[in-house]
Ligand binder design. Structure first.
Ligand SMILES: *Cc1c(COP(=O)(O)O)cnc(C)c1O
Length: 405
């Protein structure tokens, strides 16, 4: 008698998201004596102060109603949207053509496409820790290895080049940078970006630049790394998700900065891969030119002003909190707070810290382990200021109660 073989594929088993692995056990209590709050959720659209601008939804609605987006389009996305993005993301050193822009299913889709065209089983990529966990998850999915390089919390979360030197080998295919950073909230200086390019040029490793928070800074300005090189091929990830605060629209892109056309084979490969899952929803993609054109001039600075006020509030509270420290973030929607574990009685790691914080104070944060890091936790800077202040007071009380006397 035949029997059912109902075990899932090795590929699925190898697809592990560190967030799911680490936070499954951390829950807010359901019977807490006060309201409970989450500072964990990285979706700005659910917070009233970060609701989508109605200009963007009107444009998408008009596109849907026009009936022009009901069919398939080019696998890498409709040309007008790609032209508009090529114009927006061309720099003095490099003029993009529409074919340098590939639309994809969210920034995540664009990351997956890039990784698929670069990685054979057994290859590796270098990714930042703390960093965005999806890279590790997708590397596992592709039977490749994600090697973690450290960022330096006391030096603006800059890259530790000694670590890169230690990790790189002949199977290294990509150096991933995330700037502005989720989860660190850091923004790299021009000098640091030039050092990164210098390293990549010396080792002949292409850069995968996650810039889904492009332009989203309130400290120093964000400089796209593609604007600083003629020699190092840069594959830049962007998305509507964070720039326009609509992660549910699932529309992102991959931009190829490759002035001397060294990457012709990758360009072909990208189109092959795109023929599998195709483009994001055309009525969304078709909205891009009008959205770029009609975005109010002060749109981004107003969004970032709200983030800045929250960052300052958190920073202020942390200065008064024993055993915790942070540097003032400068961009994206987050900050990372370092935990001096030895200063506390009973925190073996930041998962335990986050579990106890949820249980005792009704505040949920994501531990560093969710971002392949330790001794830290991430705070999302999108809650209302009143809620954030309440949460930071509870965190302060929590730290004071567990601090070694
Ligand atoms: C949100 C995010 C993404 C993915 O964005 P989607 O468009 O929602 O897929 C990629 N990288 C970083 C660093 C992010 O924070």
């Amino acid at each position: 008698m035949a029997s059912w073989n109902l075990s899932s594929s090795q590929r699925a088993k190898d697809t592990i998201n560190p967030i799911r692995e680490t936070v499954a056990t951390i829950l807010l209590p359901t019977d807490f004596h006060l309201p409970t709050y989450s500072l964990a959720l990285g979706d700005p659209s659910v917070f009233p102060d970060f609701a989508v601008n109605p200009i963007f939804t009107r444009i998408a609605q008009e596109n849907l109603l026009s009936g022009t987006g009901n069919g398939y389009c080019l696998a890498a996305g409709p040309r007008p949207a790609r032209e508009a993005l090529a114009r927006q993301f061309s720099y003095e050193n490099i003029q993009l053509s529409w074919e340098d822009v590939i639309l994809d299913i969210g920034g995540s889709g664009a990351i997956h496409t890039a990784m698929q065209v670069f990685l054979n089983p057994g290859d590796n990529i270098l990714i930042p820790a703390p960093g965005f966990p999806l890279y590790k998850c997708m590397a596992g999915n592709l039977s490749a290895e994600a090697r973690l390089y450290s960022l330096r919390p006391d030096h603006g979360w800059e890259i530790d080049f000694n670590d890169l030197d230690r990790l790189v080998d002949e199977r290294t295919k990509l150096l991933v940078i995330i700037n502005p950073s989720n989860p660190c909230g850091s923004v790299f200086t021009k000098e640091h970006l030039l050092e990164i390019l210098d390293w990549a040029e010396r080792h002949k490793i292409c850069i995968l630049a996650d810039e889904v928070y492009t332009g989203m800074s309130y400290g120093k300005p964000h400089i796209p790394i593609g604007s600083l090189t003629d020699e190092v091929p840069v594959f830049t990830i962007g998305a509507m998700s964070k720039m326009y605060l609509v992660p549910g629209w699932r529309c992102g892109w991959l931009i190829v900065y490759d002035k001397h056309n060294k990457c012709a084979e990758f360009r072909d490969a990208i189109l092959k891969v795109k023929n599998m899952l195709l483009h994001p929803a055309p009525f969304i993609a078709n909205s891009i030119p009008a959205i770029i054109e009609q975005t109010p001039e002060n749109y981004m600075s107003e969004v970032m002003q709200k983030v800045k006020e929250r960052a300052e509030l958190v920073y202020q509270k942390i200065q008064e909190t024993p055993g915790l420290s942070m540097q003032m973030p400068e961009g994206a929607l987050y900050c990372m707070i370092s935990i001096d574990l030895e200063a506390f009685e009973d925190f073996g790691n930041s998962i335990i810290f986050a579990e106890k914080l949820a249980r005792e104070q009704g505040v949920l944060v994501l531990p560093g382990e969710s971002f392949m890091s330790h001794r830290a936790f991430r705070v999302v800077l999108c809650q209302s200021r009143a809620v954030l202040e309440e949460c930071m007071d509870r965190i302060k009380n929590f730290a004071a109660a567990h601090h070694k006397k």
